[in-house]
Design a protein around this ligand. Structure first.
Ligand code: AMP
Length: 334
């Protein structure tokens, strides 16, 4: 039986944090044997919000390297940089013509992001790109004829739009695209270390997150100063900070210390110092091989940059075939 195809993309935002790793990337790594996986670093999407053109290329290559360091294996999966596959942008245009103005206007993420821009920049510039980027996202997915897209709740609406676009295209021009489905996987959600009521995110500031490739020293310091609570009584409910440290230990796959500490918590004898020491130790061990792989890849940056182009060419060939079919179906000259 033919394997189903999965597509997932990430913006080159600079640095991956452990929330991204445990909440998304590690799942991408794990499903490589089960599906035909296509993963992209989507630099065109990064242009929809204010950005620095001097740092974008470096961030794009670094994100590519970081995905490989995390375990995305180009022998098993397709890995590409979006702007090196210009067919995405071409399909985006064709899809814009089968997307209604009304359905784009209902995208809640546009409302959230444009409000955010308006507040942070006091009436700042809101591009049409920000408005239409769900169409580019549909092109990212459908150009590879993906069956599944791993999504979080915040992206469900965009995936529904991709499905609508596929259905409308198929009705208008003849059945061609699969209707992509969400791939829901149980993944942990990591909270900020400094304010564990909020989701871990880089935008909250340095002390709120741990970078996947952060130095061991800095990682230990951040865990040490993670917010917990002032103490506990036996049988009490976990505070968000304590729960977050347990989530980290569990995410590292270390069942024994997790159960041992959980027992201590349940009978009211857990010292938070011990909880933090274990969390830091298992995290350091989990991330060490990733950091080592990253150093190896970064050691010969020229070679890696060549690899980025070579691997993206594989995606380009696939995308070009789709685009040629689409052009024929839609009445364009090939
Ligand atoms: P973002 O850059 O915020 O779009 O995140 C990229 C991926 O990482 C998405 O799949 C998010 O769901 C996931 N992610 C981001 N922050 C966290 C977090 N704190 N815990 C778990 N997953 C996260």
């Amino acid at each position: 039986m033919e394997r189903k195809r999965v597509l997932s993309c990430i913006q080159p935002t600079g640095e991956l944090h452990i929330g991204n790793y445990f909440g998304a990337i590690r799942n991408w790594v794990n499903i490589q044997d089960k599906y035909d996986c296509v993963y992209g670093v989507v630099d065109l999407h990064a242009m929809t919000m204010p950005y620095d053109p001097r740092t974008l290329p470096g961030n794009t290559v670094q994100m590519f390297i970081d995905l490989m360091a995390c375990g995305i294996d180009p022998e098993r999966s397709v890995l590409f940089v979006q702007s090196l596959v210009p067919q995405h942008a071409e399909l985006n245009w064709i899809f814009s013509c089968v997307t209604s103005f009304g359905e784009l206007s209902r995208m809640t993420q546009f409302k959230d992001k444009s409000d955010q821009l308006q507040i942070s920049q006091k009436g700042g510039f809101i591009s049409a790109g920000l408005y239409t980027y769900p169409v580019l996202q549909a092109a990212d997915i459908l150009i590879y004829k993906a069956n599944y897209v791993p999504v979080g709740k915040d992206q469900e609406q965009h995936l529904e739009l991709s499905r609508n676009i596929a259905v409308r295209f198929n009705n208008q021009f003849g059945t061609y695209f699969p209707e992509p489905e969400p791939l829901f996987t149980e993944v942990p959600k990591l909270m900020s270390l400094a304010d564990p009521t909020k989701k871990m995110s880089k935008s909250l500031g340095d002390k709120h997150y741990i970078g996947v490739f952060e130095s061991e020293d800095s990682l230990r310091k951040k865990i040490k100063s993670a917010v917990t609570d002032t103490g506990m009584q036996s049988g009490s409910k976990m505070s968000p900070g304590v729960e977050n440290l347990f989530t980290i230990i569990k995410a590292c796959g270390t069942e024994d210390p997790y159960l041992r500490l959980k027992d201590k918590f349940d009978n009211g004898t857990l010292q938070y110092r011990e909880l933090k020491e274990v969390a830091a130790a298992v995290l350091v061990e989990t991330l060490r091989p990733l950091r080592e792989r990253r150093s190896e890849l970064n050691a010969d940056r020229k070679k890696t940059e060549r690899l980025v182009r070579e691997l993206s060419a594989v995606a380009r060939e696939f995308a070009e075939n789709t685009l040629n079919d689409v052009k024929k179906l839609t009445g364009l000259i090939v």
